[in-house]
Design a protein around this ligand. Structure first.
Ligand SMILES: [Ca+2]
Length: 115
């Protein structure tokens, strides 16, 4: 009986695609081709993602999703290597947002932190 329950739990866990996903777009309302796509499995993560040089200073909107059971946050930075001013940061489970006029076309990197 306990063995069967364990199998069901494993199957359920495997069906969860990712603990978090971040998608970046060059236009508002998730418009244009994706310029940043990253996902991870949670646990302890401290990962800085630089936009490719082609897409530097292009970000106009993004989609963030995370598993409600994972404690993950993201921070979008103005400069590469997750340096410089923080443009957006959140621990929300989902956030689909346009950049503000003050932060549009400025992003160079994204920090993902799960703990
Ligand atoms: Ca843009």
């Amino acid at each position: 009986m306990q063995f069967t329950t364990g199998l069901i739990l494993l199957t359920t866990a495997a069906s969860i695609a990712s603990a978090w996903t971040f998608l970046g777009y060059p236009d508002n309302d998730a418009g244009g081709n994706v310029i940043m796509s990253s996902a991870g499995n949670g646990g302890s993560v401290f990962r800085c993602l630089n936009f490719q040089s082609t897409f530097n200073d292009q970000l106009s909107s993004f989609k963030w999703d995370r598993d409600p059971e994972e404690f993950c946050e993201f921070t979008i930075y103005r400069d590469p290597l997750c340096l410089g001013p923080r443009l957006v940061t959140s621990r929300s489970v989902t956030q689909h947002t346009d950049m503000t006029p003050a932060t549009n076309n400025m992003a160079s990197s994204v920090l993902i932190h799960c703990y």
